[in-house]
Design a protein around this ligand. Structure first.
Ligand SMILES: C[S@@+](CC[C@H](N)C(=O)[O-])C[C@H]1O[C@@H](n2cnc3c(N)ncnc32)[C@H](O)[C@@H]1O
Length: 321
């Protein structure tokens, strides 16, 4: 999944004259901080070069994950046409661009972001390129959301992992209260990201939310460690990305997990493919999470008729049926 052309062009021009040694160092530091899930009171992207490292090495991947999660949300609730977005930990505007791609008629987007350096570059990327009115709000989402207004779609992408675990239940509660319609959480597709998402899922279901995606049910997650629920998107690495990360491979697989929880139930519940399909001649094995709350592998063959045809086309993360 590619970045929208105006975003790609904006990012390219911001990175045009960046000195490679400084970008490399910033990319290394950023990657180490994310990998360690470091919470030392400093923002990972507190200064300009760290944001540029994020634009180079992370934005294409987080955009792909966020866009895929929004696609699943829209697939589960085809009539949903949000007019307002409230995005928390907005970074350079990843969710803004992805929602603009799915619902170009959004009228108002409020983006809460703690880092001034991130807000500055995000603002310059979106200026004049997005139809909605966009308000960038400075603040710490764990303490400063009291003045926030509810929005049709509330979101937090790749953000909960930067919050102290003890503060998460209160933040999730706040985000749900602000969700006039639907809340979308996206996290890295690691076991820790999945644990954060299933804790939020339990809390939201207890608060009366309907799960739209990825799970087609509100029963406890049937996956048992060391297994965990996650999805993947293949993302092309730019030349600058490869140089900044000393990477040879021209692509990477971004693993992510998400949860779309809504005040409105999905009109229909379809099984979700929760692992890469294994296809053979005349058959395919799909691991499915099903509306009855069970998950397991199913062998489908030509004898299954239309279901087999759909199964053969299905990819990891797709809804089946
Ligand atoms: C990994 S980035 C994700 C950015 C964007 N959502 C994306 O998916 O690409 C996390 C962002 O959350 C911001 N952030 C972290 N803690 C925050 C807080 N307590 N309040 C507001 N923003 C926060 C960081 O400054 C950073 O820009």
């Amino acid at each position: 999944m590619e970045l929208p052309a105006p975003l790609r062009q904006g990012v390219d021009s911001l990175l045009e004259k960046v000195p490679l040694p400084a970008l490399r160092q910033a990319a290394r530091t950023l990657s180490e901080r994310y990998r360690a899930e470091l919470r030392d009171g400093r923002l990972h992207m507190g200064e300009d070069m760290a944001v540029k490292a994020y634009l180079t090495t992370r934005l294409p991947a987080t955009y792909a994950a966020v866009r895929a999660s929004l696609g699943a949300l829209a697939g589960a609730l085809p009539d949903f046409q949000p007019k307002s977005l409230l995005d928390i930990g907005a970074g350079p505007g990843t969710m803004l661009w992805a929602t603009n791609d799915v619902w170009p008629d959004i009228e108002l987007a409020v983006l809460v972001e703690a880092s001034a350096a991130v807000r500055k570059l995000g603002q310059s990327l979106a200026a004049g390129a997005i139809g909605a009115r966009v308000d960038w709000v400075a603040g710490d989402a764990t303490i400063d959301l009291d003045d926030a207004q509810p929005a049709d779609l509330v979101s937090a992408a790749y953000m909960l992992d930067e919050i102290a675990p003890a503060s998460l239940p209160k933040l999730v509660d706040r985000l749900w209260r602000l969700s006039a319609h639907t809340l979308l959480i996206v996290e890295p597709g690691t076991p820790a990201g999945w644990r954060r998402v299933i804790a939020a899922r339990r809390q939201l279901i207890d608060a009366g939310a309907h799960v739209l995606a990825p799970c087609p049910h509100e029963a406890p997650c049937p996956l048992v460690p060391p297994d965990w629920c996650h999805f993947s998107r293949r993302v092309a690495r730019s030349r600058l990305h490869r140089l900044a990360k000393d990477a040879d491979v021209p692509w990477e697989d971004e693993k992510f997990i998400y949860l779309a929880a809504s005040r409105q139930p999905a009109p229909k519940r379809s099984a979700r493919v929760v692992a890469p399909p294994r296809a053979g001649s005349g058959k395919v094995v799909l691991k499915l999470c099903e509306p009855d709350g069970q998950a397991g592998e199913h062998l489908l063959s030509k004898r299954d008729g239309d279901l087999f045809k759909a199964a053969r086309r299905a990819d990891w993360g797709d809804a089946l049926g």
